[in-house]
Design a protein around this ligand. Structure first.
Ligand code: T3D
Length: 274
């Protein structure tokens, strides 16, 4: 594994490259990798840099230490409730507008697949980060907590959009209203995540999956994500026409030519489009 680049404060987010996989490790283990504005900016910048870099064909996000991400850092002076008399509460909508939304939009727009390797607790916006990825693997000791309701907030960073789509309204309401800890195995059982697996296997399995995806036609994988998301907002005929539009674009791309040629020539394809 080689360091891919260094950020302004390298310690908050580790950026490494293994083959065509860009590994991003949230690195504030002392606070279960809770988000500060600096970490959010670095994560967004790292996602956008990976999106621009043709050598990157899959992104893998994980956390350092025993947590994945505990959501917003509640001790951040930008959001801490007023302590001194007369001090006004901060506008946390501003924090979402300027830090969470840009990061969440960059994640959703990635031109390559993104995997979350959830190594420990994913709470609040940390759960939204994981669930916003295309495939979520989690260690059996990991858990997902919609911690927002416990502190008087609603799910954010995409949580209200993602939860009902992933598990339906009834389960989404249960998770969001109660804010209880959902163990990884149960998250897999209800279809919230792709797979829970033994802790010792998580890192290697996640990297193997990322390498596998990176060798696939990633342009088509990103278009598949888009088509599935679009379809939830469209009627049947509009979804058919959207498929035709996306398929038409892919039909002109090199990967489709390569995929069909390789099939006919009975050889392994080598995909290069992005
Ligand atoms: O600005 C806005 O608020 C809008 C945006 C909101 C987005 C959000 O994400 S809101 C939700 C914020 N997150 C939470 O409410 C979760 C808070 N954390 C917890 O409930 C628990 O820490 C966990 C259930 C995640 C894990 O529990 P446990 O027992 O395994 O660990 P712990 O002892 O609570 O935490 C370990 C350390 O991490 C501890 O520090 P210490 O005492 O060892 O120095 C703890 O304070 C720190 N930590 C954990 N979560 C956060 C945190 N520090 C700052 N912010 C956190 N979110």
């Amino acid at each position: 594994m080689t360091p891919a680049q260094t950020g302004p404060d390298e310690a908050l987010l580790k950026i490494e490259q293994e083959g065509a996989v860009r590994l991003l490790t949230l690195n504030r283990p002392q606070a279960l990798n809770a988000f500060t504005t600096a970490l959010l900016v670095q994560l967004r910048d790292a996602l956008e840099a990976a999106a621009r870099d043709a050598s990157v064909r899959c992104v893998l996000i994980t956390g350092a230490g025993r947590g994945f991400c505990a959501g917003q850092d509640l001790s951040d002076p930008l959001i801490k409730p007023p302590i001194a008399a007369g001090e006004q509460p901060k506008d946390i909508g501003h924090l979402l507008d300027n830090y969470y939304i840009p990061m969440a939009l960059s994640l959703r727009a990635m031109p390559v697949p993104v995997i979350a390797a959830v190594n420990g607790v994913a709470a609040g916006a940390g759960a939204s980060l994981a669930l916003g990825c295309d495939l979520v693997l989690a260690a059996e000791s990991a858990s997902f907590i919609q911690a927002f309701s416990k502190i008087g907030l609603i799910p954010d960073c995409g949580g209200t959009w993602l939860l009902p789509r992933l598990v339906g309204r009834v389960k989404a309401l249960e998770l969001a209203l109660l804010g209880d800890k959902l163990p990884a195995a149960e998250a897999q059982r209800i279809g919230l995540i792709y797979r829970a697996l033994p802790d010792a296997e998580l890192a290697a399995e996640a990297m193997a999956l990322a390498q596998k995806l990176s060798a696939m036609p990633v342009k088509a994988l990103a278009a598949t994500r888009q088509a599935l998301d679009d379809a939830l907002l469209l009627d049947f005929e509009a979804a058919l026409r959207n498929e035709a539009l996306l398929q038409s674009r892919l039909g002109f791309a090199g990967d489709y030519q390569e995929g069909t040629r390789a099939f006919l020539e009975k050889r392994k394809p080598s995909f290069t489009d992005r």
